[in-house]
Design a protein around this ligand. Structure first.
Ligand code: BTN
Length: 243
């Protein structure tokens, strides 16, 4: 069964609403969605512009899976958002940029913020998804776009239905980590810049080789050593957009 949805007209952040709900001891997964956010949160402490027209939604996912395995949920979420975007019938190439940005024609259409909450010995993962449907910011580090700019018209509530189904299917495929090999294979098949040169925070440069078991990015540095990048920005020195 798909998790229930709770819609709000306006919240600070659907991730924060999800956390507040979890502290009420509700142990069922639920989607918290809002027409707008007044304090939308992005990765790495950034602000997420959240005016009406786009989708802002967070899934609460209670889990007994050990933290090391839970990290790969980030890849699961990116794949699910990509699936939900593809269902709209978009014809431009839809790729994933590590860890979970969804790109359409090389431009960012969606971001995912994952937060974990410890509660009485168990964990709740909050998977917050923002998808640009009607508008997108113009002053971002990585160029952004919206589905509307790509010729697709879709309402936030319909997009959430796409996302609910897609996330459900990907979480089943992941199966608490047992399906990780398939998730990795699917993720890499649509990854931006595999085999290309990247630069990671801290100034290291190398070739993007793949993913580690916990979903971190593996690269071979110029001196031939392997490096695993767990968190922080990644820049692509060569970009390849594939279908
Ligand atoms: C990123 O920086 O790319 C991640 C952005 C995540 C934004 C979504 S919108 C719904 C949820 N609530 C938030 O405050 N952030 C996430």
């Amino acid at each position: 069964m798909l998790p229930d949805v709770i819609w709000h007209d306006s919240v600070g952040s659907t991730n924060d609403e999800a956390q507040a709900r979890m502290s009420l001891n509700d142990s069922n997964p639920v989607w918290i969605a809002a027409a707008e956010q007044t304090r939308g949160k992005g990765r790495l402490g950034r602000h997420w512009v959240s005016e009406p027209g786009n989708l802002y939604a967070s899934l609460t996912w209670p889990s007994k899976v050990e933290p090391r395995r839970l990290a790969s949920l980030s890849l699961v979420a990116g794949l699910a958002v990509r699936d939900a975007v593809i269902v709209t019938g978009i014809t431009a190439p839809v790729q994933l940029k590590w860890p979970n940005d969804v790109l359409v024609g090389g431009r960012k259409v969606s971001g995912v913020l994952i937060e974990t909450l410890e509660r009485a010995g168990s964990r709740v993962v909050i998977v917050g998804c923002g998808i640009n449907l009607l508008h997108h910011p113009s002053d971002t580090r990585w160029p952004a776009t919206s589905l509307s700019a790509c010729g697709i018209t879709i309402e936030p509530r319909q997009m959430l239905e796409n996302l609910r189904s897609a996330m459900h299917a990907r979480l089943r495929q992941w199966a608490d980590g047992a399906g990780l090999a398939d998730i990795h294979a699917d993720w890499m098949s649509v990854a931006l810049g595999r085999g290309g040169r990247i630069s990671v925070e801290g100034g290291r440069q190398g070739v993007f080789k793949g993913l580690s078991e916990d979903g971190a990015l593996k690269l071979t540095l110029d001196d031939g050593t392997e490096w695993t990048h767990h968190a922080g920005d990644v820049e692509w020195l060569e970009q390849r957009v594939t279908s």
